[in-house]
Design a protein around this ligand. Sequence first.
Ligand SMILES: Cc1cc2nc3c(=O)[nH]c(=O)nc-3n(C[C@H](O)[C@H](O)[C@H](O)COP(=O)(O)O)c2cc1C
Length: 496
Amino acid sequence: MTIAERPVHGPVPPVPGSGLPVLIQGGMGVGVSGWRLARAVARTGQLGVVSGVALDVTLARRLQQGDPGGHLRAALAAFPVPAISERILARYYVHGGIAPGVPYRPVPRLGLRPNRARDELAVAANFAEVFLARRDGGPVGINYLEKIQMATPAAAYGAMLAGVDFVLMGAGIPSQIPGLLDRLAAHMPGEVSVTVAGAEAGERHTVGIDPAAVLGRAATAEPLARPRLLAIVSSDVLAAYLARTPETRPDGFVVETPVAGGHSAPPRGRMRLDDTEQPVYGPRDEANLGKIAALGLPFWLAGGYASRDGVARARAAGAAGVQVGTAFALCRESGLDDKQRRRLLERAGAGALRVRNDPHASPAGFPFKVAGLEETLAEAEVYERRPRLCDLGHLRTPYVRPEGGVGFRCPAEPVDAYLRKGGRAEETDGRRCLCNGLVAAIGLGQHRPDGYEEQPLLTLGQDLDFLARLPEGYGAADVVAHLLGDADPRGTRVGH
Ligand SMILES: Cc1cc2nc3c(=O)[nH]c(=O)nc-3n(C[C@H](O)[C@H](O)[C@H](O)COP(=O)(O)O)c2cc1C
């Protein structure tokens, strides 16, 4: 009997002899898979993944909330260059926390040129998140979005300083990341080229980090461990493209179906919408797993695999295992604001939660799963009440300004500003400010000086069947046990 055919009963160890996990807890940004969740999963021996998206913002805001428990201050105390931690604490830490309703201080925005304050914050924030996730042992990964290119070099370097084992990258084609990780492991300057709208053919724009310039020579003497890169893809064509040369080849793939939470690849060809205004996917959108297996790299299946049967099906298809998101997003250790998490569980438990694949919501231009919860940006009235404002800007993209130089724009920013920057009106339709909405969903929403309070936007996957099989008030370890064996027989359903 092969591994794939073996029935999944009893605890499943990591893939024998490979050091690879069977289960990956998916990276969920912003902050839904924080260090608490990743640590709880890593402790079981499976792969815990922190989201690496916007950690500069979440670190700065948590310090302004007074850092209850002192975890972030403990992580910053372990950062190799104390002067950097001191500068960050001096700028953002507020003893006892800011008063309710007081706006958070801004953090420097992403850009193409080096900026000391911004790079220090990104490196230290990524270090802190991975440092805390690794505290109880077990493998830890970090998830980035290729689409947010300008953040990647500094963020990845920070995570590597804390010894991250895996980097997972979705929402784009991470062909430059293998080389970036190689260079950063040797503390060499690393850069990636950045897509700039309107740039001439042959014109190259880059963003990078020079570790020695940011940290100094002493902190960059010993080489770092080079994490393994898993590319998140939805098609065998993209997997084959990445695998074809050593320069672009990742160390494995996560193959995601469109029901997975967060962003999804659009359907191939012209986008068609059904009568509920959701993209229509067909057989052409199904990745050919035989072709992916033939590439010879380990892979995991994601999107609707949160069951023992899902694990068995994945193994039967030659996968090392599965990546699961939603079941972890709703568990006790999730970074979601507790009130929102309980509301989601209640609605889902009553069979009344709809998760739409919204083709317009994300400024990134990819379909994005929006959980239909009242009093969130999923509701048209709540969305329309929000005066457009772009004050975080992680999803801004660079463009060539007619007067010269590079500017930045986001289709969710105020429409007149976007049009002035050469953007098209139809691109602004229905766009949600994901930056502010997702940050509000983890309890870090901004209070604007005019009194407006940012409202949450919640994403989940579309497969919620696992809920009926998990115990009430379940935690991350229950999800692992449920999927891999050793399940708690007491649990039958969830309802909080
Ligand atoms: C709340 C939430 C946020 C997510 N954010 C990201 C993200 O930032 N980057 C990413 O690559 N995948 C993201 N995902 C996808 C998960 O990592 C995972 O692949 C997916 O949820 C698996 O499908 P499942 O939810 O059916 O288990 C997110 C999923 C959820 C539920």
